[in-house]
Design a binder for this molecule. Sequence first.
Ligand SMILES: *Cc1c(COP(=O)(O)O)cnc(C)c1O
Length: 421
Amino acid sequence: MTLNQRDKKHLWHPLTQHKLHPNNIAITKAKDCVLYDENGNSYIDAISSWYTCMYGHCNDYITNRVSTQMQQLHHVVFSSLTHEPAIKLSEELISILPNNQEKLFFSDNGSTSVEIGIKMALQYHFNQGEKRNVLIAFEDGFHGDTFGAMSVSGLSVYNGPFKDFFLDVKRIPTPNGKNHNAILNTLQDIIKNNNVAGFVYEPLVQGAAAMKMHNAEGLNAILKLCKAHNIITVADEVMTGFGKTGTYFASDQIETKPDVICLSKALTAGIMPMAITSCSQKIYDAFYSDDLSKGLFHGHTYSANPLACTAALAGIELLKSETIKNSINTIINSHKKFNKHIKSHPKVKSTRQLGIIYALDLNIEMERYGNLRDKLFKFFLDNGVFLRPLGSTIYIQAPYIITQTELQKIYQVIEDALETL
Ligand SMILES: *Cc1c(COP(=O)(O)O)cnc(C)c1O
């Protein structure tokens, strides 16, 4: 039996309706930007395995560092004990995060990093004796699949069965350069009529909304208004963090800095699951007290796993290197060139780019997981490229170490795909 056949017996895959999509390709190894399957096919990983492995698969530098750490210390409880990988990571990460960030809280995935951000916002007010029970979020945002994260996600097509159990969330549109005043008026109304605790948002790029991009000045105006009302701002940089937008963090491109930042995905360079919720001194101080119950009583068994911390440290070292900085610039320029070439194609409705994130909307309507989308997905696979269209949007978020040959192949396959539609 093949791996693909054995897979079907006991495995239940994420975001999958197994009756409609029974087959999963069995990957047996991966190196740099290439995935190899059990039948000898290879695929360029054009989405960095859900935006994680930005320095490539099985990166020698990172895997050696983790392997050395493995001989020294695997894991210990992070409550009453501590260790150097977490301490070093805190020093390194704080040095590249926006200036106002001071403290790091660990968990294991993007959704939990958002849960913790929401808890920080709610308890911040609770600890000062203020009852604030409403959150604000963008339409079409995506923040994960746990309850708090689902509640703030606007893209909730698949959240139907759980809707009755959600937190109280009010939504505002994303700023597009023309609607600032309307958004600010809506926001004023929401603030006037509710006790708003926090605002949770993906800064500049909404990943799951098909790399929808919004206006930095408009976002800044929203953040300023939130700050004026002491609404805790929680930037979900799970997707945008660690260089994707052309700066270390998307928040670097916005004048008003968030109180809280959620990090995961590229944090550990695609090697291990880990997440961090960072916050400013102001947030931390609201929990610092002689009163035990004012602490943040949240914890995960694998918090600050030393191996994951080591992977993150090695990843940050690479991110700061001239080599990776140059690679990022090369990708940015290649995308720009490709964009010039493809944007007036009759099948292309619109295109957008921020940093190494590039997206192209087809002027053909497609369901998010519909037949046409599946056909497109298969076309890419058959041509050796792993790209997962989101409805009628094709997007690229390739590892920083991608070669020019691989990048050109991705562009060519996209262009060929347009001809088949
Ligand atoms: C992927 C993602 C999440 C959820 O992270 P998981 O690790 O899948 O739980 C949250 N927010 C954003 C912006 C994401 O892209």
